[in-house]
Design a protein around this ligand. Structure first.
Ligand code: FAD
Length: 137
C-alpha cells in the first residue's frame, strides 16, 4: 500500500494532522501503539486495565503511560486519541497580570475572553453552572 503521509500517534497532534491532510486528499496512514477505547470498554474501576507499558504492551495495554524519573513523573495517554483520552479540561481564568506582562504576545485580551456572550471563559462558566444544575437533579 502507498501513502502520501504516515503519522505516528493519534493524539491531538497526530489526529488533527492526519485529518487536515486527508481533507486535502492526501492518502494518510495513522499508526497508533495503543488500542481503541469505546465508552463501554473505557476503564472506570480500579481493577480495570489502566496501565500501558512500552516494554510489555501485550500484558499492560491500558491508556496510562506513567514513567517515573528522578524528581519527575510523566503521564501520557496511550491509545487512539492519545492525551484526549484523559482530557480533564482546565479552564482557570488567567489573572490580569498575565495579560499585562507583555510576554508572550497574546492574540487576544482578557476582556475578550471573559465578556459574555462569546467570551471563552463566560462560556465555560455557563457550562459549569449547567453541569452543576444537571448533577444536582
Ligand atoms: C492526565 C492529563 C490531563 C490533561 N488535561 C489537559 C487539559 O485539561 N487541558 C489541556 O490543554 N491539556 C491537557 N493535557 C495535555 C494534553 O493531553 C497534551 O498536551 C496532548 O495530548 C499532547 O498531544 P500530542 O499529540 O503531542 O501527544 P498525545 O496526545 O500524547 O499523543 C501521542 C500519541 O502517540 C502514540 N504513540 C507514542 N509513541 C508511539 C509509537 N512509537 N508508535 C505509535 N504510536 C505512538 C501514543 O499512544 C499517543 O496516542 C492533559 C494530559 C494528561 C496526561
Amino acid at each position: 500500500m502507498d501513502f502520501d503521509v504516515i503519522v505516528i500517534g493519534s493524539g491531538f497532534g497526530g489526529a488533527i494532522t492526519g485529518c487536515r491532510l486527508a481533507q486535502k486528499n492526501k492518502k494518510v496512514l495513522i499508526l497508533e501503539r495503543g488500542k481503541e477505547w469505546t465508552k463501554d470498554t473505557y476503564p472506570r474501576n480500579i481493577e480495570d486495565e489502566w496501565i500501558w507499558s512500552n516494554t510489555s504492551p501485550e500484558k499492560y495495554h491500558g491508556w496510562t503511560d506513567l514513567r517515573t524519573f528522578k524528581g519527575m513523573a510523566v503521564i501520557t495517554g496511550a491509545g487512539v486519541g492519545g492525551g484526549s483520552l484523559i482530557y480533564a479540561n482546565v479552564s482557570a481564568i488567567p489573572p490580569k497580570s498575565v495579560f499585562q506582562a507583555g510576554h508572550p504576545k497574546l492574540p487576544t485580551t482578557r476582556c475578550n475572553l471573559t465578556t459574555p456572550p462569546s467570551g471563552m471563559f463566560s462560556t465555560c462558566k455557563r457550562f459549569r453552572q449547567s453541569s452543576a444544575a444537571h448533577a444536582s437533579n
